[in-house]
Write a protein that binds this ligand. Sequence first.
Ligand code: THU
Length: 128
Amino acid sequence: MKELEKAARAVQQNAYAPYSGFCVGAAILTVTGEVFVGCNVENASYGLTNCAERVAVGSAVAAGHKGIKKVVVITDVDPPAAPCGACRQVLSEFGAGLEVVAIGSKETRSWTIEELLPASFGRKDLNK
Ligand code: THU
């Protein structure tokens, strides 16, 4: 856990958030034990912003990893911010039972992905 938190804190420093000023760092632990990180990347065309969690997922998948065990998300707010809806959906694609840990400036919260996204749409609905 400490390794994931450290990785998420480090990548939060690289967040590109000139519009919101809300810097997010995410670190993913794959089922095979590797760590991948992501930060939010904003754009002057606001809707093109990428969240930290989805950047981290993309990085893991690009490296050949499709099983995610845990994600740690760092923000500077309390209570700690939970992943947005889009990120919940993307995380759920790669991690049944995935643990989501949110760390804020003082508090920590955690959930399973199923708690954050109940009755989700997934590959089962496509018969895949
Ligand atoms: N953000 C994330 O990186 N992850 C989330 O789950 C929620 C929001 C980012 C997007 C944007 O750069 C900033 O936080 C404010 O919405």
